[in-house]
Write a protein of this length. Structure first.
Length: 111
């Protein structure tokens, strides 16, 4: 089923964006800062991937669920989307836990 992996990633990104919008954490609160953070994360992990590919550590597995387009040898089209998903999820988790920690600290100071 070609394209299933990319569809799952895009579906997951939309789900994260929905959570982000509902809770007001990143993209819809500080758009430029969020996009810059995701861009830096994407660049870091793309460089990481390119080094892994060059060293023979990373390789492309089965193509059954991929679109079939390679950006570079051993780097399918889905890879940058996955890396954005990874960075966005980590950013949201960090912000959620920071917010919870801050609320906990605020409550502790008042008691």
């Amino acid at each position: 089923m070609p394209g299933a992996y990319l569809s799952a990633i895009v579906f997951s990104l939309l789900g994260l964006a929905g959570i982000d919008y509902r809770v007001g954490l990143a993209l819809f609160k500080q758009t430029k800062r969020t996009l810059l953070t995701l861009g830096i994360g994407l660049a870091f992990f793309l460089i990481w991937d390119l080094n892994g590919i060059a060293l023979g550590i990373f390789w492309e597995g089965s193509r059954a669920f991929l679109v079939g387009v390679d950006l570079l040898p051993q780097m399918p089209l889905e890879e940058p989307f996955f890396l954005i998903l990874l960075c966005y999820m980590l950013l949201l988790c960090y912000l959620i836990f920071s917010r919870a920690s801050q609320k906990s600290a605020d409550r502790g100071g008042r008691e």
